[in-house]
Design a protein around this ligand. Structure first.
Ligand SMILES: C[S@@+](CC[C@H](N)C(=O)[O-])C[C@H]1O[C@@H](n2cnc3c(N)ncnc32)[C@H](O)[C@@H]1O
Length: 230
């Protein structure tokens, strides 16, 4: 698997800024998306379900899931220790319901899990086999038919309207009140990483990884979300 990306989430200041600045300032409907994720996962994940959370740093989705479903247990995977520390702080006493793995999907237990999520994380991996491997490894850890939620920034670096999509990404953050220099740095980080792909490409990767019934449930500017079954 790839190393922690160049804008390092393993840097304590970056991790703190991510959580303080809040992804909700960059993604329209961030908290509503969590609510929808809980609803969709709950179609199959009963009380007592074991849920794999890939890219769990910061703890935003863990907090939403823990509050909405007190009976679920979690395995939280993230290569950035600083982001996992933030997550532990964020969810407080619910941290006892989480097994923390500082690492990549390959480091996660075999499961089988009742559900899994990968929120705002796949776009940080290269499309050189790394995204596909992460999706395959996630699916391999799920019970047959178990739900998987993928939400990703689908600004497509190869698309002719890339600049316009990035302008909209930046404008939303600016209108949310994020400081212009922070917006500029976030934009630069997305652009220089060059790891975002289109929604169509993500759907293709989900299919290639073996997921079925791939349904879109969320669209906001360049952000897309799907629920798929293992
Ligand atoms: C933009 S943050 C999103 C965090 C959280 N899911 C959220 O929605 O707020 C991306 C997270 O993905 C983690 N990450 C980067 N590469 C990863 C990989 N290959 N596998 C798992 N997590 C990864 C980063 O360390 C970071 O914590």
């Amino acid at each position: 698997m790839s190393a922690v990306p160049s804008f390092s989430f393993n840097d304590r200041d970056n991790a703190r800024n991510y959580c303080a600045g809040g992804p909700a300032n960059f993604m329209p409907g961030f908290f509503l998306m969590h609510r929808l994720a809980v609803q969709l996962l709950s179609e199959r994940a009963a009380d007592g379900a074991r849920v794999l959370v890939l890219g769990a740093g910061g703890g935003f989705e863990l907090k939403a899931f823990c509050e909405a479903r007190p009976g679920w247990r979690y395995v939280a995977v993230d290569p950035a220790g600083a982001m996992l520390d933030q997550a532990k702080e964020e969810i407080g006493t619910a941290a006892s319901r989480v097994e923390w793995i500082e690492g990549y999907i390959d480091d996660a237990p075999a499961g089988p899990f009742d559900a899994a999520t990968c929120l705002l994380t796949l776009h940080m991996m290269k499309d050189d086999g790394t995204k596909l491997a992460a999706l395959k490894e996630t699916r391999a850890r799920l019970k047959p038919g178990a739900p998987f939620i993928l939400v990703d920034n689908c600004v497509d670096a190869a698309a002719p309207d890339f600049r316009r999509q990035m302008d909209r990404y930046s404008q939303f953050a600016q209108d949310s009140g994020v400081a212009p220099d922070f917006v500029a740095r976030a934009r630069e980080s997305v652009e220089s990483a060059g790891t975002c792909v289109s929604g169509a490409r993500n759907e293709e990767l989900l299919r290639e990884a073996g997921f079925g019934t791939i349904e879109g449930f969320y669209t906001a500017l360049s952000w897309r979300g799907w629920v798929a079954t293992a």
